[in-house]
Design a protein around this ligand. Structure first.
Ligand code: A4P
Ligand code: MG
Length: 203
């Protein structure tokens, strides 16, 4: 087609591409060729907690553009933020991913995984089959309530910091410093390793 147009003339059906679009496409390309590290926290306190955690990990691995690089040990943890004894204990774990998805798409995928495990949202901090939170995405900072990065409560939660430290003792929480230091400053009460249980890194 282009052969029919002599120099200086332009094809009237082809609109010029605005610079803003070029920038967006370039940014997407960069993401594609440059996988980012993301840390996710998984929590379950309803149903078969271990099976659900494993199912969520496998579903993440099945996501195009996501590779699960590390899976933490399992911790059994007292529910945080609710009346003691009002909810079953949680199983918590952390996974480290490499992903070419931008943060917003990773959150969408996290929500899809929650839905697949029939998570019902009735109240904030309510019992749930599975909660998938993005703890950190590279060194991205975001105040957006839809996706706050790093997760606004991760730095004070031993049920996030302990499993994260297990899989990456050198980890840093952007804006808060080394996970090892943060972990030393929070109580581990109610956060017990379950060495008898194991989650599998997908093959
Ligand atoms: N959202 C914003 N930032 C993020 C992020 N970084 N990752 C938004 C994931 N979601 C993020 O979440 C509410 C909204 O947060 C979403 O619409 C999302 O767009 P939700 O999962 O619907 O509700 P939630 O989890 O009940 O609320 P929230 O405030 O996220 O709770 P937390 O802080 O995640 O706490 N105790 C123990 N022992 N173990 C646990 O895992 N988890 C919670 C939930 C409470 N107590 C717990 C545990
Ligand atoms: Mg959540």
């Amino acid at each position: 087609m282009t052969a029919y147009f002599t120099e200086g003339q332009s094809d009237p059906t082809v609109q010029p591409v605005p610079p803003s679009v070029v920038e967006r496409v370039d940014a997407a390309d960069t993401t594609l060729s440059n996988p980012k590290r993301a840390v996710l926290s998984l929590g379950s306190n309803l149903g078969n907690r271990l099976e659900t955690l494993q199912g969520a990990i496998d579903a993440l691995e099945d996501t195009p553009g996501v590779r699960v690089k590390a899976v933490s040990p399992v911790y059994e943890t007292e529910p945080w933020g609710v009346e003691p004894g009002s909810q079953p204990t949680y199983f918590n774990a952390v996974v480290v991913l490499k992903t070419t998805l931008p943060p917003s798409s990773l959150l969408e995928r996290a929500h899809a995984v929650e839905e697949a495990f029939h998570r019902v949202r009735e109240e904030r901090w309510g019992a749930r089959t599975i909660d998938v939170d993005i703890v950190a995405y590279a060194d991205v900072h975001s105040e957006d309530p839809e996706l706050t990065l790093p997760h606004p409560r991760a730095h004070e939660r031993a049920f996030v910091l302990a499993p994260w430290h297990d899989v990456d003792p050198e980890a840093q929480l952007p804006g808060h410093g080394p996970v090892a230091h943060l972990l030393a400053g929070v109580t581990r009460e109610g956060v017990a390793p379950r060495a008898d249980l194991e989650l599998q890194l997908p093959e």
